[in-house]
Design a protein around this ligand. Structure first.
Ligand SMILES: CC(C)(COP(=O)(O)OP(=O)(O)OC[C@H]1O[C@@H](n2cnc3c(N)ncnc32)[C@H](O)[C@@H]1OP(=O)(O)O)[C@@H](O)C(=O)NCCC(=O)NCCS
Length: 183
């Protein structure tokens, strides 16, 4: 059951780093945890925090970044080994030619002993709202295999085949439309 003493708030990127490092990047030092694109005024870093202790229980971040099926995307080449992927009509419509209204979700992590309580969903809802308020039409991520059911519950669908991300195992490119009138 959801603890009423948990609140979601927008925070500077650094507040998300300890939990992100522990859950997602245990081998990396804290000064390498900042992700490209994250340190901008428009990027949104969100945490679910225990109101009483201040402990960060779940975290996730979002910022504008064209998805890999847009050739100008910085992540295009990472995905090149995919070969051609058939991108659904709706995704193409929402992407637009330069992908400028697409946002990327990264760094979703919930504390090991607090999973399955809806905390990740609270963070994801805040991320969706932030992206929508800033004009986003599509949200995408590279989901780790074990997190695919979480993203599917959050309205994402997979695109293409599983691919290996060095050191982080198999991932699936996932996306969802934003804004109710488009879903
Ligand atoms: C993925 C992760 C962030 C999910 O966070 P969480 O706080 O446990 O998720 P929630 O409790 O908010 O779950 C939201 C919904 O997803 C579902 N869900 C979450 N994980 C699931 C799983 N492994 N299998 C099936 N359903 C799952 C929940 O049942 C819930 O569904 P509901 O809305 O119908 O009740 C968390 O498991 C985690 O930190 N995993 C390790 C790090 C990781 O892999 N992060 C993703 C990197 S891409």
């Amino acid at each position: 059951l959801l603890d009423v003493a948990v609140m979601v708030e927008r925070v500077p990127p650094q507040v998300t780093f300890p939990l992100r490092q522990r859950v997602l990047r245990p081998g990396q030092s804290l000064d390498r945890i900042l992700l490209p694109g994250e340190d901008s005024d428009i990027s949104g870093n969100f945490v679910a925090r225990d109101n009483e202790t201040g402990e960060v229980l779940s975290t996730g971040s979002v910022w504008p970044e064209p998805p890999p099926w847009v050739p100008s995307s910085p992540t295009h080449s990472e995905h090149a080994h995919h070969g051609p992927v058939e991108v659904p009509e709706l995704a193409l419509e929402l992407t637009g030619p330069a992908g400028e209204t697409c946002w990327r979700l990264r760094g979703m992590a919930t504390a090991e002993d607090r999973r399955g309580e809806g905390l990740g969903k609270m963070v994801l809802d805040a991320i969706v709202a932030h992206a929508e308020q800033n004009g986003a039409t599509l949200l995408w991520c590279n989901g780790r295999v074990r997190a695919i059911p979480f993203y599917e519950r959050g309205g994402f669908r997979g695109l293409g085949e599983l691919f290996e991300e060095e050191a982080f195992g198999p991932h699936l490119l996932m996306w969802r439309p934003l804004r109710e009138e488009m879903t």
